[in-house]
Design a binder for this molecule. Sequence first.
Ligand code: ADP
Length: 544
Amino acid sequence: MRGLMMDAPLLISSLIRFAAQNHATTEIVSRSVEGPIHRYTYADAYGRICRLARALGRLGVTEGDRVATLAWNGYRHFELYFGVSGIGAVCHTINPRLFHDQIEYVVNHAEDKYVFLDLTFVPLLEKLAPVLKPVKGYVIMTDAGHMPETTLPGALCYETLLEAEVDTFEWPEFDENTASSLCYTSGTTGHPKGALYSHRSTLLHTFSICSADSLGLNCEDAMLPAVPMFHVNAWGIPYCCAMVGAKLVLPGPNYEGEAIYELLDGEQVTKTAGVPTIWLMLLDYMKKNGKKLPHLDSTVIGGSAVPRSMIEAFQDDFGVQVFHAWGMTEMSPVGTTGRLKGHMRNLPKEKRQDIQLKQGRGIYGVEMKIVDDDGAELPRDGKAFGELMVRGPWVASEYYKDDEGTKASFTGDGWFGTGDVSTLDEDGFMQIVDRSKDVIKSGGEWISSIDLENTAVGHPDIAEAAVIGVPHPKWDERPILVVVPVEGKEPAPDDIVAFLKDKVANWWLPDDVVFVDEIPHTATGKISKMQLRERLKDYKLPDQ
Ligand code: ADP
């Protein structure tokens, strides 16, 4: 027997229509690429999104067409999220930190019809335009007064396009499984791979991460996503803010500590989210300048593991609650968030922090299990570790036009293999031990490079640390610690190893400490172990 409820499709256009009707005067504040702070309301945004939808139609964009963006976190980018998906086209956010040949690859692979770009990226696209064959036109996200001289073929001005339209629009209704947006993973090996989200997957993800156990976002909040809108839709936060009517604060191109602080403070931001690297810059700025953030109540940190020293700094020095989260581009991206349970409230601080260091609990909608090399499920005891498998309505079922046939990650029985090696405990908390390809095997046992790195950055003279395994004739592999010292400091290797001694197992201690000026990163800001291993390929252990 079928239920007798309305079959209303879950569409992205409904989010912004809702925000305009119910939170008309709530603000969206952006640091613009042109310089000044721009502010307007959900009602203003809605009118302009209607104009954009009409302009897209006039440019010949129709359902299923891919429209790319190359842009920072700003109000025009926000408009594209809703305008492009709202008419049934696909918003393809390009990560400008990809290598140039990867940008060329993703535009051609996605067959983007138009590219909307911030002024910052005009020179980059002028260089690439001759090889971006499917692109019919380029729209520069600025006003007529700031339009640059450009060789981009048929360059159009965003504001001029919008001015020509009226600010009402009849949003089309279509199947909620229609594709809405497209994000490519940075792809450490092979080409980037496309995760193609649908309206349904996006809305279910939005409901879930707004909930109290996840971001806990509501209409009293001001939210600053310090994660770029070109990386997994800023973890879905723009959609969340529209769903609950939270004030949205967009930091534009500047992620320096001072610039982020100014917005957090000036706009009385209550919640924020971002990767550890951004927060290192902010904490450093606040400590050096004696600043506080009385309005900020929590930050969600993910993308890379959060070090203990960062949890302590936020919570103890600045009174900001930290929630550790984990996810992947293939998962829209959120899979876990780390709110502690009621029975953990009275645990000693150290024990609570131990739990916060884990990557969080699975949120409803994402099922997780860990498996051994033969695919057999391992116990949820916080000790056994194996590859983490996930499934759920906002997890990719395959990659977009997967011409490399990357089937390995998708099991025949409907699970996605994350490539992360982790434990799961009785309370549902997941802890990542390593990426499967970065794991260090020494004497038949595993050493967690992530754990070692995070312990090492607790040393006051270490700015950044990475651990890689190097071949060893007896032990197979031994870990070495690669360190970027804090500016002006020269910590001694023995002192660093002594610092680690009472914090990790004895046989985990690195065989050597190598000092470098810089550790290579991927386009999404993660340490690139592949490049690091390449740079250190001639390295020999001291006892060899
Ligand atoms: P990329 O485009 O670099 O793949 P993703 O955001 O999709 O970017 O990266 C997903 C990977 O990032 C995860 O599989 C995991 O290895 C790592 N990751 C994400 N969050 C965390 C976290 N909180 N702690 C440790 N690693 C994390």
